[in-house]
Design a protein around this ligand. Structure first.
Ligand code: SIN
Ligand code: CO
Length: 398
């Protein structure tokens, strides 16, 4: 029996089913609409970000933003990429435009708070939360995304059309800057209200049209291409090789044909790259943790000018100070190698598993969270403060 495409959340089952059932039946397989999945976005709740603040963010230098206006009469699209000028919103029509801002979770703690609903997924699989504000009729057209996405209605209502058919035609229009589908044959037509969530695996054609002015939160995944992983792994392995480690042929026999690459040359080439033959987990995880915490990062934290001593940091936190994850820092940990490692934006720090998990889990750390931890954690924390990945706040610095 095909699993239902529409379910209703309950207090115990926010996805309308267990996370394990969702992952088994829907994740990367088929779309799912969950009514009332995110109760904190229900119509009577305060919004994690106001439309005006989103507009402000779209104008900041660091913001990845787009303003898309649809001219319905000619079916033409106007796209302005950010950072947007302050006057970008002056003179906009009443309808048919959308403002989209990526990476809003990096800049807004309340928006980032929505990520806790997705703790059943590895955090390093999640790319960002994009927030869009659409005027009535606002849309970005019918398209497919390459990544899984959870589309959550945050304010206003929005009509979502999707094509859940077997093999949709993915030919793109060639007359617009946006990657829009030439053909779109929806099989489902829903109106999402605040708090409703639509999950789409990669490659499902969809088209959202605002009924009323509203906000949509898109929790997007990331999946590195095999080519990206291979290139990065090769660079990682190459870093450990000395210049003197080269192709060598001390047993070279006279060439039959000076232009031939013969079997013994291939064998020597293989011998010159033993790393790719059987890579142990310990080497692979050091690379993978670094790669995944660096991959598609929206920027880098600035390292602090002066190094902080572990004891000095402890005193600061005992005085009530707290440490926050830098918004651009991506944390992960693993116990797969020959020692447990904490990864932050490509940095791999040896760190006991419990401590690494704690540092990853709390995006704000104070004495409450750190109570009972061994002294060694202060060395790790100081190192992260020095690198700029943990930012002291609310403390009296000396
Ligand atoms: C939007 O939020 O307007 C578009 C999101 C999407 O279709 O992926
Ligand atoms: Co999309």
């Amino acid at each position: 029996m095909t699993p239902a495409i529409e379910v209703t959340a309950t207090a115990d089952l926010p996805l309308g089913m267990s996370a394990a059932d969702f992952l088994r039946d829907y994740w990367q397989k088929r779309p799912l609409l969950v009514r009332g999945a995110i109760p904190e976005l229900a119509a009577d709740q305060p919004l994690p970000i106001e439309p005006d603040d989103l507009a402000g963010l779209a104008c900041e230098d660091f913001a990845l933003s787009r303003l898309i206006v649809h001219h319905a009469d000619s079916d033409s699209w106007q796209v302005q990429t950010g950072p947007l000028p302050e006057d970008a919103f002056d003179g906009l029509p009443e309808r048919d435009w959308t403002l989209l801002v990526q990476d809003v979770d990096r800049w807004d703690r309340d928006v980032a708070g929505l990520l806790r609903h997705f703790d059943f997924l590895p955090r390093w699989r999640i790319d960002d939360i994009m927030v869009s504000f659409a005027a009535p009729g606002g849309s970005v057209g019918a398209h497919v995304d390459q990544y899984d996405v959870f589309l959550i209605q945050g304010m206003g209502s929005r009509r979502w059309l999707i094509d859940d058919g077997e093999s949709p035609d993915l030919t793109l229009r060639d007359d617009v800057e946006l990657k829009l589908l030439r053909q779109f044959n929806p099989t489902h037509d829903w109106t999402l209200e605040p708090g409703d969530l639509l999950y789409l695996p990669p490659g499902v054609p969809h088209h959202g049209i605002a009924i009323e002015a509203g906000l949509t939160f898109s929790v997007g995944m990331r999946a590195p291409s095999q080519a990206e992983m291979l290139v990065d792994l090769a660079e990682h392995l190459a870093e450990a090789l000395a210049e003197s480690q080269r192709y060598a042929d001390p047993n070279l026999a006279p060439a039959n044909d000076p232009f031939e690459i013969d079997g013994s040359a291939i064998r020597r080439a293989r011998a010159a790259m033993p790393a790719i033959a059987r890579l142990p987990d310990a080497i692979l995880i050091r690379w993978l943790g670094g790669f995944l915490t660096r991959y598609r990062s929206a920027g880098e934290a600035a390292a602090s000018d002066a190094a902080i001593r572990p004891e000095q940091l402890k005193t600061t936190l005992q005085a009530g100070g707290r440490l926050s994850h830098h918004p651009l820092a991506r944390f992960a940990w693993s116990a797969l190698g020959d020692e447990p490692l904490l990864f932050v934006n490509g940095l791999a720090l040896p760190c006991a598993t419990m401590q690494a998990a704690l540092i990853c889990r709390h995006d704000q750390l104070g004495m409450d969270e750190l109570a009972g931890q061994p002294e060694s954690i202060w060395t790790t924390l100081a190192r992260l403060v020095d690198s700029g990945y943990l930012v002291p706040d609310g403390a009296d610095h000396e």
